[in-house]
Design a protein around this ligand. Structure first.
Ligand SMILES: [Zn+2]
Length: 293
């Protein structure tokens, strides 16, 4: 597991949290916003370690009693609220039984008690309302870290009570290497190669083949994001060289890729079907390759 200083690809976030630790002004409620797989939850755990580390306070280590317990998920004061059921929701009972009673007492052994929610959007309405009351006035030495891929879908009152921290989307192969999964990294590279080739006029159907062979949803998401970025860049280069029709076609492809990404990521659209829709949507958007700057 990571310490804050080992979090990769989120330099601004790490700097912000390290400053807060150094000044003793760590917020009692954070909203970590960013796409799936960008390290929100592991950063939250790293912050919990920094708050509680017995060896290197404000930094965290991998060996003291507090950090070890946090890494193993057995620290009594650092809890990740679990989702339940097929819909992966956090029910109101979890807030009523696991959060509210704990807050009536000081932490068992931690300097700072931390509750983490990997996806705040997974709280059912009543659960969100129950948590809201707590977020209005958290007891001392208590922190909430809410993650979200789509903060706009959370209750505005929840958002307003949290300090928002924006995470960057990670380049796809960095995301894969963070998960330590070499096969996935290869999948992503292959998929990206296919997508880039497709965008240079060889037919988006290559993406579909790649999507079929992609072993994980995250793989497809990473590739879609990279493809969207590529098309966006190509659109800008086309504008620079006065090729406005090409720019429009690339911009259209970028938009379609982003829409597909959102459909798969936030609305659980079936990956392969979503890519088939992408193929249809972009069929009329023929592009000419743009020479790299
Ligand atoms: Zn430690």
């Amino acid at each position: 597991m990571l310490t804050l200083g080992q979090v990769r690809g989120q330099a601004r976030v790490v700097e912000l949290l390290q400053r807060a630790l150094a000044s003793g002004r760590v917020a009692q409620a954070y909203l970590f916003a960013g796409p799936q797989g960008c390290g929100k939850h592991s950063t939250g755990l790293a912050l919990a370690k920094a708050l509680n580390c017995l060896r290197h306070p404000n930094q965290g280590c991998d060996s003291c009693d507090a950090c070890s317990k946090i890494d193993q998920g057995i620290h009594p004061d650092v809890r990740t609220l679990e989702t339940q059921g097929a819909q992966a929701r956090i029910p109101i009972e979890t807030i009523r039984k696991e959060v509210i009673p704990a807050l009536a007492m000081p932490p068992h052994e931690a300097r700072a008690r931390v509750f983490l929610i990997e996806e705040a959007g997974s709280m059912a309405g009543p659960a969100a309302n129950a948590l809201l009351k707590t977020l209005e006035e958290p007891p001392p030495r208590t922190h909430f870290i809410l993650g979200s891929v789509a903060p706009v879908r959370l209750l505005p009152t929840i958002r307003s009570r949290c300090q928002r921290v924006n995470f960057q989307a990670l380049p796809a192969d960095l995301a894969a290497s963070l998960r330590g999964d070499e096969d996935t990294a290869d999948d992503i590279r292959n998929l990206c190669d296919a997508m880039l080739a497709a965008s240079e006029g060889r037919g988006l159907v290559n993406i579909l083949d790649a999507a079929k062979s992609a072993s994980e949803r995250a793989t497809l998401l990473g590739a879609l994001e990279q493809y969207a970025q590529h098309c966006h860049l190509a659109a800008r280069r086309s504008i620079e060289i006065g090729a406005s029709d090409n720019a429009k076609a690339y911009a259209g492809r970028a938009l379609s890729a982003l829409e597909t990404l959102v459909a798969v990521r936030d609305h659980n659209a079936h990956g392969q079907l979503a890519v088939e829709h992408l193929l249809v949507a972009t069929r009329g958007l023929a592009v000419k390759p743009v020479v790299s700057a």
